[in-house]
Design a protein around this ligand. Structure first.
Ligand SMILES: [Zn+2]
Length: 115
């Protein structure tokens, strides 16, 4: 059995602060894993509805995923980040994920899948 408070390779007792950080990180990772699993189930349920009610095939989904992946010219399993869009009111660049423009206070209008 491995003592989680001891790094076996260095045989050095870890400070308690590190153990607390590890515990917090493990809890966060577990929560994210649950969220991802739930999102997989929701996605699968939605996809099954589209197949059964509207006649789409798995090939349609795979092609669309590939098309989205290739928007940045690279088939790498990732969607490239887009630059922040301009504010629809003042035209200045929206900052981060703020729900309003930091310059004029207008509600930030973003595409539903902006990252
Ligand atoms: Zn603005």
């Amino acid at each position: 059995m491995i003592d989680s408070d001891t790094d076996q390779r260095l045989t050095v007792k870890r400070p308690t602060k590190w153990t607390v950080c590890e515990d917090i990180l493990l809890a966060v990772v577990a929560a994210v894993q649950l969220d991802v699993e739930k999102l997989f189930m929701i996605t699968e349920a939605l996809w099954n509805i589209l197949k059964e009610k509207h006649g789409y095939a798995d090939e349609d989904l795979l092609q669309m995923v590939q098309d989205i992946d290739l928007r940045d010219g690279q088939l790498d399993g990732k969607v490239a980040r887009q630059p922040n869009p301009p504010c629809s009111n003042c035209g200045r660049t929206l900052m981060g994920r703020h729900p309003v423009c930091l310059y004029c206070g207008a509600v930030a209008v973003r595409a539903p899948f902006d990252r």
